[in-house]
Design a protein around this ligand. Structure first.
Ligand SMILES: *Cc1c(COP(=O)(O)O)cnc(C)c1O
Length: 368
């Protein structure tokens, strides 16, 4: 049997047809950039999040850059990011001229916590930029009180966690201004690039709304020299369809994760994802296990037709791109261990029971 790491299936049944219909309808409207469908999606996403301003933008990376720029973060400022995070988040900090400062994650959730961030704060720190990694919400209360105490902004990167809750409220609504991505494989995915900025601050939202569209204040009037990072209408139309199904899609991911949990809990030398806090939530954008035999297990599964991935094999502080920050191997032991031991198993809405049982059996077989 072949099991892909991720693929699009018609789940919930009929979704694929709805997506295709939405694309054709949108195409015939003949308004492909911005326009009413983008506005509708922004309003629907705002309602889903329980309020706030939503600005659709070109992609998740741009959303992050726009958040940081809106806050006036730039040269001379430091922004704390997870050492084990995705490179896009760090590149966004670099892009605005600020310095990314890495912090080790918590050993259970793999997310930043107040305790993990505190040691790296300096007089130059301007913001904390946590990722709700793999779909698990961060302990936001601790991060928020740390921000309050030190006069910092909290900016959430919720690209991997649309619909995940913290204390019953969706993430992406706790920070001053927050960013998400609609890259096709995300839990809320478009059929191309897309992203959004979310904030409760009207002034920040207005600034982003202007700056992301060349700085246009009125038609042909430009208040500032902005950029072009817009959500297109085809993506917005698809996102409206997918958003209506998002809670169902996330519930299905949770159901599949629970099956992995039950089936793999007795297998030796595996650490399963931990979701111990009653305040946090996990929507399993990725199901990441840890094992000392990671490379051998991945190879074994590959030979059995099962595709797995590693998120992420080389930590940002050891990438050539960030040499100038002066970090060395050993600076972030947990992050480095995660890079060496983590393996993401196939998990996607519409994955069948035989597929998942096959993955479970092959993992059991490997450790036997
Ligand atoms: C996907 C992702 C991004 C970048 O999104 P793009 O739309 O690909 O630019 C940023 N941060 C995190 C945590 C992501 O997972």
């Amino acid at each position: 049997m072949k099991v892909p790491f991720f693929t699009f299936r018609d789940f919930p049944a009929g979704l694929q047809q709805q997506v295709e219909n939405a694309l054709v309808t949108e195409l015939r409207k003949n308004q492909l950039i911005l326009g009413p469908s983008v506005t509708s999606f922004e309003q629907e996403f705002s309602r889903f999040l329980g309020g706030g301003e939503v600005v659709g933008v070109g992609n998740g990376y741009d959303a992050l850059v726009l958040c940081l720029r809106a806050l006036g973060i730039g040269p001379g400022h430091e922004v704390v990011v997870p050492a084990n995070g995705y490179i896009a988040t760090i590149n966004a900090v670099q892009q605005v001229g600020a310095k990314p400062v890495f912090a080790e994650p918590d050993g259970q959730s793999y997310n930043l916590t107040a305790a993990s961030v505190l040691p790296v704060l300096t007089a130059h720190t301007k913001a904390i930029l946590p990722i709700h990694l793999y779909g698990q919400s961060c302990e936001l209360e601790g991060l928020l009180s740390l921000c309050q105490k030190h006069g910092l902004y909290l900016v959430e990167d919720f690209a991997q966690a649309q619909g995940a809750l913290y204390k019953g409220k969706p993430v992406g609504t706790f920070g001053k201004i927050n960013a998400t991505s609609f890259y096709p494989t995300k839990n809320l995915g478009a059929v191309g690039d897309g992203g959004a900025v979310v904030t409760h601050d009207i002034d920040l939202a207005s600034w982003v709304r202007q700056y992301h569209n060349y700085g246009q204040s009125k038609r042909y009037e430009y208040a500032q020299a902005g950029i072009n990072s817009r959500l297109d209408s085809l993506q917005a139309a698809v996102l409206s369809v997918k958003l209506a199904a998002l809670n169902t899609l996330n519930a299905e991911r949770k159901r599949l994760a629970a099956i992995y949990h039950r089936s793999l809990s007795e297998v030796g030398d595996i650490l399963l994802p931990v979701t111990s806090s009653p305040d946090t939530d996990h929507i399993y954008h990725l199901y990441v296990i840890r094992t000392h035999q990671r490379n051998a297990l991945q190879q074994f599964l590959r030979e059995k037709g099962i595709q797995t991935l590693i998120h992420y094999p080389v930590p940002p502080h050891l990438q050539a791109a960030y040499e100038q920050l002066g970090y060395r191997p050993g600076d972030f032991p947990l992050t480095e261990e995660l890079a060496a031991n983590s393996l993401s198993l196939p998990l996607f809405p519409g994955m069948t029971e035989p597929e998942q049982m096959y993955v479970v059996e092959q993992i059991q077989q490997f450790f036997r």
